[in-house]
Design a protein around this ligand. Sequence first.
Ligand SMILES: NC(=O)C1=CN([C@@H]2O[C@H](COP(=O)(O)OP(=O)(O)OC[C@H]3O[C@@H](n4cnc5c(N)ncnc54)[C@H](OP(=O)(O)O)[C@@H]3O)[C@@H](O)[C@H]2O)C=CC1
Ligand SMILES: O=C(O)C1=N[C@H](C(=O)O)C[C@H](O)C1
Length: 265
Amino acid sequence: MTTSATDHQPAPAARESALIPVGVLGARGRMGTEVVKAVNDAEDLELVAMVDDGDWLFNVADAGAQVVVDFTRPDVVMDNIRFCIDNNIHCVVGTTGFDEARLATVAEWLEPKPEVGVVIAPNFGIGAILLMRFAQEAARFFPSVEIVELHHPDKVDAPSGTAVRTARLVASARRAAGLPASPDATTDSLPGARGADVEGVPVHAVRLTGLVAHQEVLLGAAGESLTLRHDSYDRASFMPGVLLAVREITRRPGLTVGIESFLGL
Ligand SMILES: NC(=O)C1=CN([C@@H]2O[C@H](COP(=O)(O)OP(=O)(O)OC[C@H]3O[C@@H](n4cnc5c(N)ncnc54)[C@H](OP(=O)(O)O)[C@@H]3O)[C@@H](O)[C@H]2O)C=CC1
Ligand SMILES: O=C(O)C1=N[C@H](C(=O)O)C[C@H](O)C1
């Protein structure tokens, strides 16, 4: 096909050098503030809109955002994603609170928009992603497994999205290996003492001043245990993953869960 001057297509060189216009939702929050800094520092990205609670969501569309990064709250994130999809804006979502039903809803919204990409990742930290992968690998070798997640006390959801995803991945690996339930003789306990049950994996949530985001997966077998631990000491730890997702999502239409595939995992 030939092109003419009236096609309004940028020349290939211009297209390659164009900055990706990015909007940030939750821009005044703990993660949003860090994302704003990271986008401003990235040479190939341009921050075009910052939206927080009470701001006009249409700002991101009016500003021409090609990608929106959402670090808001589980109770508002679905409306934000719907808005972005309707306005043909790709979404990088770090906000937690996604179960299978929510993921299915987002996939349904994307059906009439085959060019739009949404990535929903419970954790953008490379170490945390590797921990999930290692836990999944180790799961079939150990009869017992429990997860402990530890976070700052301002976190509104428990257990963390990362812990829930880790538990599901571990549970799936155990099922595939034909493992029975972890042994547990408890018949008498205070409510909550054995943690939340996520597909048979106990998940314990600690909230402690001074912490940021931490997780341990404890695996036990006769006479030995394996402890996998990851620590995010600073929210800067999430930024390489967030920036990778912003760059990748422009060429990854549809719904992606987790950034493992962007990392070649
Ligand atoms: N995937 C990952 O790697 C990570 C995910 N997270 C997740 O990200 C989310 C945010 O965490 P964090 O930054 O610590 O939380 P914060 O509470 O610090 O930030 C959320 C921000 O979003 C604002 N907000 C609320 N409603 C809206 C709305 N409708 N539109 C735009 N902004 C809104 C909040 O305002 P107000 O305070 O007034 O409500 C607040 O400023 C959580 O779900 C958390 O679990 C966190 C770290 C890493
Ligand atoms: O709220 C947080 O801080 C975090 N939330 C995410 C989660 O719930 O897994 C990711 C990380 O643990 C930090």
